[in-house]
Design a protein around this ligand. Structure first.
Ligand SMILES: [Zn+2]
Length: 96
């Protein structure tokens, strides 16, 4: 049945050899030694480390985009516009 969880089968000697021969992360750890964890597929660093060539988000990733909508400048601009809108609304109320 699809979606059912299969028990993990122990890897054979050939698979173990392939796993041991896989590219390593190599990032400098806190002890100063190189990280020995396997690198993520198509990347140079393991899942815990970054900074290697090709690591990080996909091209065009905007997860940490700094759009500036909440910068002091933009907030001051919005405040000025809303002050004006409120002044206009007060004027309309007094007028009507
Ligand atoms: Zn690593």
């Amino acid at each position: 049945m699809s979606g059912e969880r299969q028990a993990r089968r122990a890897p054979g000697p050939a698979e173990i050899a392939a796993l041991l021969g896989s590219p390593r992360c190599g990032a400098r750890t806190r002890t100063g030694a190189a990280c020995r964890a396997p690198a993520v597929r198509d990347k140079r660093r393991c899942r815990k480390h970054g900074g290697g060539k090709g690591s990080g988000g996909q091209r065009g990733n905007a997860n940490a985009l700094q759009h500036g909508a909440y910068s002091a400048d933009m907030r001051a601009q919005r405040r000025a516009v809303m002050d004006y809108v409120r002044a206009c609304n007060r004027a309309m109320k007094d007028w009507g």
